[in-house]
Design a protein around this ligand. Structure first.
Ligand code: ADE
Length: 242
């Protein structure tokens, strides 16, 4: 069982994810446990405030260190290994390789900031890694945490059926996905590539590989030039393409 504990001021967002689709199935089948801890429960003032004005002035508020520190302690209670991950635009960019690392690595505490961010001393003292889901700024880390959880859940053993195995995903071999079709055979005058209608599985496999490569060349040539990606699979594909 993979455990994820989310430190968040909006636990209902995480509950919504756990109540739907694949995440729900993963929880129901025992592959995933999601808990959440609200730093507000550790506020030491009558108003349950967890933010304050930034030293040095400027707009916005900063989340205070102490309630977050205590919330992280609580979150670490039930998790194994407990790598503390702060979601922020300053982090390592999430990609499928990082998703795989998380899926096979230690349990995670996902720390979500709000406002202008969190007191830097919490990051220094408690955070093991920072992850960004892209070069844009969200109002908080919750949606980013949900993106991480959903991407990871798909890779947990027993969650995806064989028919939609993660091996066939976009990026599983460093390429974009091929095109997909279902019935009817003709829709608004548009037909399905004929190779997919015959039962020649070798030919279908080759077509899908070539299609994935062509789409990657056209849309994301950077993926083909990225030496850190899975080069052997790509070279194999490029050979079949010649
Ligand atoms: N919090 C705010 N913006 C974010 C981003 N782009 N990625 C991760 N966490 C965030």
């Amino acid at each position: 069982m993979r455990r994820v504990a989310v430190v968040t001021l909006f636990p209902e967002l995480i509950d919504a994810l756990a109540a739907c689709g694949m995440t729900r199935r993963a929880v129901e089948c025992g592959a995933l446990d999601i808990s959440r801890v609200n730093p507000r429960d550790f506020a030491d003032n009558a108003y349950r405030r967890v933010d304050d004005r930034p030293y040095g002035g400027g707009p916005g508020m900063v989340m205070m260190a102490e309630p977050l520190d205590q919330a992280i302690d609580r979150a670490l209670d039930g998790v194994d290994g407990g790598r503390v991950t702060y979601l922020s635009p300053q982090g390592r960019r999430l990609d499928q390789a990082l998703v795989r690392e998380i899926a096979t690595g230690p349990d995670r505490v996902l720390l979500c900031g709000r406002y202008e961010g969190v007191d830097e001393r919490v990051i220094e003292r408690r955070v093991d890694e920072e992850i960004s889901i892209g070069d844009y700024v969200l109002a908080g880390g919750e949606l980013a945490a949900m993106v991480v959880i959903e991407a990871v859940v798909r890779l947990l053993p027993g969650v995806l059926g064989n028919a939609d195995s993660a091996d066939q995903d976009s990026f599983s071999d460093g390429l974009l996905d091929c095109r997909h079709y279902t019935r009817p055979e003709t829709w608004q005058g548009m037909t399905v590539p004929s190779v997919l209608l015959g039962g020649n599985h070798d030919a279908i496999h080759r077509w899908r590989q070539a299609d994935a490569l062509a789409r990657t060349r056209a849309r994301r040539p950077d993926l083909l030039n990225d030496a850190s990606r899975e080069a052997p699979a790509r070279r194999r594909l490029e050979r079949t393409d010649e």
